[in-house]
Design a protein around this ligand. Structure first.
Ligand code: ADP
Ligand code: 5SP
Length: 560
């Protein structure tokens, strides 16, 4: 993107462009993901005619992030500067700003989930009276009571999780109510920590947004409500009734309901674009903003997931999600309200050690080259000669394991593997874990199963081949790996059609079909049917070792 135009320059006002060209409808989809912001523009025929991205570490050096975040000294607290997100929200694709066809735009956006933003008392007044002559992040710099927003990678709220579960009658009871047992990154627990550790900042907070509703608020020029789907990642929303749970709110912090506002259906139009974007960047005043949601719900929309399919997103985190009719909340995984059909749900599993772990093993084994990484996968056999590995440099979410654990064919723990074996052990292990944990949620691979892959690593055909082999099912990709972005644009079209009863699937039926990227290799099912139970047993072995160590540490006179 052209920085001058995007950050400081002025776009032509709407009137000049409108006079010369008839309006052409389009939807902008954004993804504020962990490491970058991506944007796509989609026309009425659902063609993506513009795609771009800004990388936080590389393009916004002044914030000093690594992988888009700051990891604090305790190794558990992980935040991102809120002003970095404000700054990036004014990076509008420049073809849309230059004189030419006048785009009648709607906006949809999908950020990483669970992050929260704390608006200081009085911020609402600033937001509603922004001057188009000044930069947005300069005008909003005093508007946040917490400047470093906790993000999904944070795992510092274990104490608050236990308190919340105790308040509602246990982990299963909380899961039945909100779709998930208490998870450290879920927003209710993050809010509870802020209230407990920084009560003054909490009391000076007039509104708490998710990153999705925060970004929507920037485009609206007023506070946007939280949508049901992203709201399901907070441990606060009753996913069946779609209202805040009073017992959960009460267990987290006082006056929380008024700070959160009421949640809304994901396809709601939340208002018209703010005059700031109209006057400064030339958006049409008729441009509407559809409720923003999280990146995973948006990916479900972008991939046009159907019942029976399984989606695997290989981004910073690896996630796996399914369309569900009946929610069956359990002690592992999450149930969210479905972003495109209010009667249904989606199940999600999140694996924290995704792309960053693959990058580490790549850098250690093959000097930073994805093509050498691929060559290692090609040069090794399915099943890796019986060698299995677990690679969790940061505390994993599914399951809660940390460390690297390698096993020989005889299940003996070994300290290292040859380079190519290491790479295959990592990728096979990551996909075996996904299959095992999806099956624990009740998912079964059927003859008609399609795997839809997205995210940065879905560019790598050799990684997708291992995915197809481990699951014994074909893998499909879309032309853009940015399914969250495209999904937010599709959702914007859906939001506009809401009220007309057009189902989402009907609305996106013209979108390009996913392409077949890998089919299972002959003999794969025999290999992995033998390996999967071994992997599951070794996972249990590591978990009990870790639990044993933890209880040792808790015993008096045994400091660890
Ligand atoms: N050819 C490739 N093979 C494997 N991984 C890749 C390849 N290209 C990019 N990636 C991975 O994609 C990741 C970014 O994925 P992306 O979905 O854009 O992330 P996010 O949306 O979470 O910011 C990078 O961290 C990188 O490791
Ligand atoms: O925590 C979760 C889902 O529960 C993560 O999937 C985040 O939403 C991060 O997204 P990416 O930046 O990895 O796309």
């Amino acid at each position: 993107m052209d920085e001058d135009v995007l950050t400081d320059g002025r776009a032509p006002g709407p009137s000049a462009a409108m006079a010369e060209h008839p309006a052409r409808p389009c939807c902008l989809g954004w993804d504020f993901s962990t490491q970058q912001v991506k944007v796509v523009a989609v026309d009425a025929e659902l063609n993506v005619f513009y795609e771009d991205s800004v990388n936080f570490d590389r393009d916004l050096l002044e914030y000093g992030t690594q992988g888009g975040v700051h990891v604090h000294e305790d190794g558990l607290t992980v935040t991102s500067p809120v002003l970095m997100w404000v700054q990036v929200s004014t990076r509008i694709p420049d073809p849309l700003l230059r004189p030419g066809p006048h785009w009648e735009m709607e906006v949809g956006l999908a950020p990483r989930q669970h992050g929260s933003v704390y608006w200081k008392t009085g911020a609402s007044g600033v937001l509603t009276s922004l001057s188009p002559d000044l930069l947005l992040h300069k005008q909003l710099q005093a508007c946040f009571s917490i400047r470093d927003s906790p993000v999904w990678m944070d795992s510092s709220t274990t104490a608050q999780c236990r308190q919340l579960e105790a308040a509602v009658g246990g982990a299963q009871a909380l899961s039945g109510l909100t779709g998930s047992r208490a998870y450290e990154r879920f927003t209710g627990n993050q809010i509870a920590k802020i209230y407990q550790q920084n009560p003054e900042a909490y009391s000076h907070t007039e509104r708490i947004s998710l990153v999705s509703s925060f970004a929507a608020s920037l485009f609206l020029g007023s506070y946007s409500p939280i949508d049901y789907s992203d709201g399901s990642g907070m441990n606060l929303l009753q996913i069946q009734d779609k209202v805040w749970s009073q017992v959960c709110l009460g267990a987290c912090a006082p006056h929380l309901e008024e700070k959160l506002g009421s949640p809304v259906p994901s396809c709601s139009v939340v208002g018209a674009i703010s005059s700031y974007y109209v006057q400064r960047y030339g958006f049409s005043p008729g441009c509407k903003v559809v409720a923003f949601t999280g990146d995973n719900p948006a990916s479900l929309a972008g991939m046009r997931l159907e019942e029976g399919d399984i989606a695997v997103s290989l981004g910073t985190s690896d996630t796996l999600f399914l369309w569900l009719r009946e929610p069956m909340p359990a002690l592992e995984g999450h149930i969210f309200c479905n972003p495109v059909d209010a009667r249904h749900y989606m199940a999600l599993l999140c694996f924290k050690n995704g792309s960053l772990m693959r990058e580490k093993i790549r850098d250690e084994s093959v000097c930073c080259s994805w093509s050498d990484f691929s060559e290692a996968l090609q040069s090794t056999e399915m099943g890796n000669g019986g060698n299995l590995g677990f690679y969790f440099d940061v505390m994993e979410i599914t399951p809660e394991i940390i460390g690297r654990h390698r096993f020989s064919t005889e299940n003996h723990q070994v300290s290292a593997f040859p380079r190519a074996v290491e790479i295959r052990a990592l990728i096979e292990g990551q996909f075996m874990a996904k299959r095992i944990h999806a099956e624990a949620l009740g998912y079964r691979v059927m003859p008609k199963t399609k795997i839809l892959a997205t995210g940065g690593a879905s560019h790598n055909r050799d990684i997708l081949q291992v995915l197809a082999d481990v699951f014994g099912a074909p893998v499909y990709v879309t032309d853009t790996a940015n399914s969250a972005c495209v999904g937010s644009a599709y959702r914007a079209f859906h939001g506009l059609a809401a009220g007309t009863d057009v189902p989402f699937s009907e609305l996106v039926k013209l979108a390009p079909n996913p392409r077949l990227a890998a089919t299972p290799t002959a003999g794969a099912s025999q290999v992995y049917e033998a390996l999967l139970p071994r992997y599951a047993k070794l996972e249990q072995r590591i978990l009990s070792q870790i639990r044993g160590l933890r209880s040792e540490c808790l015993r008096p006179r045994h400091p660890c």
